[in-house]
Design a protein around this ligand. Structure first.
Ligand SMILES: [Zn+2]
Length: 97
């Protein structure tokens, strides 16, 4: 399983991902900063999952209805459309400053 972020292909049925919760918090101030203390970047396979930082602070937690794997999911807003991205929720990568 690819451990980093991936763009969901347009052919993928997003209904296969069941919503189970969110990392978004209504009252939090907007944070666009990312957290990469060890020189990773957002696409790194071992990038930290830092829930107070972008894009994790925009993520929902979803579960694949086929295999019950948990994923983080958010929409990256581009110029003309929203790129749906998912990343497996691996507790190994959860890191907070
Ligand atoms: Zn699955």
């Amino acid at each position: 399983m690819h451990p980093g972020w991936e763009s969901v292909p347009g052919s993928f049925d997003l209904a296969l991902l069941k919503y189970i919760g969110t990392l978004r918090s209504e009252n939090a101030s907007e944070v666009w900063e990312e957290y990469h203390p060890n020189g990773t970047h957002s696409w790194s396979l071992d990038a930290p999952i830092a829930v107070d930082y972008y894009p994790y602070n925009r993520c929902d937690v979803v579960e694949c209805i086929d295999c019950q794997r948990k994923y983080l999911r958010y929409g990256e807003y581009g110029g003309y459309y929203v790129d749906q991205r998912i990343r497996p929720l691996n507790p190994k990568f959860i890191m907070q400053p």
